[in-house]
Design a protein around this ligand. Structure first.
Ligand SMILES: Cc1cc2nc3c(=O)[nH]c(=O)nc-3n(C[C@H](O)[C@H](O)[C@H](O)COP(=O)(O)OP(=O)(O)OC[C@H]3O[C@@H](n4cnc5c(N)ncnc54)[C@H](O)[C@@H]3O)c2cc1C
Length: 485
């Protein structure tokens, strides 16, 4: 079967491109090496939609950041993706840093960022009472926001599938051949032929590029480690609190999350390899020290999880979004470091424009449907909860006590366009396991529901990636029978 377009990788960029292409009468397939959407960098980042003052004016990062933020607002509204406007403050602790704020503001103006102003330390503390007394000044940017990155990517991917895009999970791309009128993509689940290719493989984009052309950029992976604090700390700050950016990044932030927790991080570490998402005591100590500089009263004992994400930085200081030299119809969307989450919908529109320039004819579909994210039980008012339970009694069985996630929501996710395969897949869709106990209570129950749905033995259900099994040994025969019949 010859596809029109194949997208390699289903992080936020691949999902946004799939969503954008699903508007048109095209045969599109997404190839993803893992068993779910958002399993790479999109899974582990700061979850901020940046205002856009940080990237250097004239870069793709600057342009697509500001455009992406505007598009994200509209998209999140349309698809009911959790989105909260949350102004950011960049804090200056020295006179030199205060001068840096002025430069950032100037940059922001050039990039078209609305709603910025510089506050004195006192003014900033009035708005953010837990801010350090050492803060001299702050750049306030009103347009930034917070989201749930994996919900964002999943929703875009699900809508793409609902509109005819095919998803091929657990398919690692291992080689690409040029053939007449396109490419033959070799994957661990077979060969796919296509006219056009989008390389949205994140940390593997350099490798995918190397299958069709000689190297034109080098990946320099850069790891950032985090604390996620319990909701008891969620109101410690009201804004996204940054420090002055350095050459390597935006510095350590303290910010509310969309679910009411507090996120603290990241640092910059050179990982052992691009997929080394380990956290280290040393790295986390550094994060703690930096974060307390902004918010001295921060209570890191309320940490419920540590995690790390790896930035797909390259030796080219901008996003790399272009048709590859000598590979017609093959488009790189590589080096998508921060603000890639913010820029993704604008990156997708740019990719479609590039495809058209390469000769792809796009004709809008007559019928293009929208599947909004289902409302969570915990978001419903009492009448809505009663009605959900009256229609389906499984909405009366609470599986995750911390986040009040019901069996009904998990079954609903299993009936969706991209059903979860793993316990963390359930977490990403329904929030079960996101709370203070981090799945201690609900994981076995989610595992049981998954095993019954997929008609497999409980030992075959993984925590996250396909080979991350939770149970080993023999499961009691009656449990096995119940799950597989
Ligand atoms: C610490 C940190 C903090 C960040 N904070 C922010 C922030 O607050 N705001 C912001 O805007 N941006 C932020 N970013 C950047 C943002 O997370 C990324 O730009 C974005 O997630 C990149 O998305 P992607 O789709 O390009 O890559 P990914 O999410 O990595 O997706 C690539 C996909 O390709 C798949 N893949 C790889 N190789 C193959 C193969 N051979 N075959 C098939 N599939 C393959 C992977 O499994 C993966 O699913 C941050 C990044 C980090 C690391």
């Amino acid at each position: 079967m010859n596809r029109d377009v194949v997208i390699i990788g289903c992080g936020i960029v691949g999902a946004a491109v799939a969503y954008e292409l699903s508007r048109y009468n095209l045969d599109v397939e997404v190839i993803e090496k893992e068993n779910d959407v958002a399993m790479g960098t999109t899974k582990a980042n700061s979850a901020i939609l940046h205002a856009g003052y940080d990237p250097a004016p004239g870069t793709l990062m600057a342009k697509l950041n500001v455009e992406g933020l505007e598009l994200a607002k509209e998209l999140c509204g349309r698809l009911n993706i959790s989105f909260r406007e949350c102004a950011s403050m960049v804090i200056a602790f020295t006179k030199e840093e205060a001068a840096e704020l002025e430069k950032l503001r100037e940059q922001g103006i050039q990039n078209g960022v609305p709603g910025m102003c510089i506050l004195s330390g006192e003014e900033a503390r009035l708005m953010e009472p837990n801010l350090s007394k050492q803060a001299l000044a702050a750049l306030l940017a009103k347009s930034s926001a917070i989201v749930n990155p994996w919900e964002y990517a999943l929703s875009l991917a699900e809508n793409a599938v609902a509109n005819g895009v095919k998803m091929r999970f657990e398919s690692d791309v291992s080689g690409i051949d040029r053939v007449e009128n396109g490419y033959e993509i070799h994957t661990t689940s077979g060969i796919v032929r296509t006219r056009y290719v989008i390389n949205a493989a994140g940390l593997n984009a350099e490798k995918i590029h190397s299958y069709v052309a000689s190297p034109s950029f080098r990946t320099l992976p850069d790891r950032g480690e985090y604390y996620l604090l319990d909701k008891s700390e969620g109101r410690r700050v009201n804004h996204v609190i940054f420090q002055c950016p350095t050459k390597v990044g935006k510095g350590t932030l303290v910010a509310p999350t969309i679910h009411g927790n507090l996120i603290v991080g990241p640092n910059n570490e050179t990982p052992r390899d691009a997929f080394d998402t380990a956290t280290t005591a040393q790295g986390l100590d550094h994060v703690a020290q930096m974060a307390k500089k902004s918010i001295p009263s921060l209570n890191l004992r309320e940490s419920i999880r540590n995690f790390a994400g790896v930035r797909a930085a390259t030796d080219f200081d901008d996003f790399i979004i272009r048709e590859v030299d000598g590979a017609p119809g093959f488009i790189d969307a590589a080096g998508i470091k921060s603000p890639g989450l913010t820029a993704a919908p604008a990156i997708a529109k740019m990719v479609v424009r590039l495809l058209e320039e390469c000769g792809l004819e796009v004709v809008q579909k007559e019928k293009w449907i929208t599947i909004p994210r289902p409302m969570r039980f915990s978001e419903m008012d009492s009448a809505e909860k009663r009605s959900a339970w009256a229609k389906n009694s499984s909405y009366g069985r609470v599986i995750c006590r911390c986040e009040t996630v019901t069996e009904g929501e998990i079954l609903n996710a299993l009936g969706s366009y991209i059903p979860p395969r793993s316990v963390d897949g359930v977490k990403r869709r329904c929030g079960a396991g996101m709370g203070r106990c981090q799945g201690g209570f609900c994981s076995p129950r989610a595992l049981d529901i998954l095993a019954k749905y997929w008609r497999v033995a409980p030992e075959e259900i993984s925590q996250d990636r396909t080979d991350m099994y939770i149970l080993t040994g023999e499961t009691k025969a009656e449990v096995k029978r119940e799950c597989t019949t």
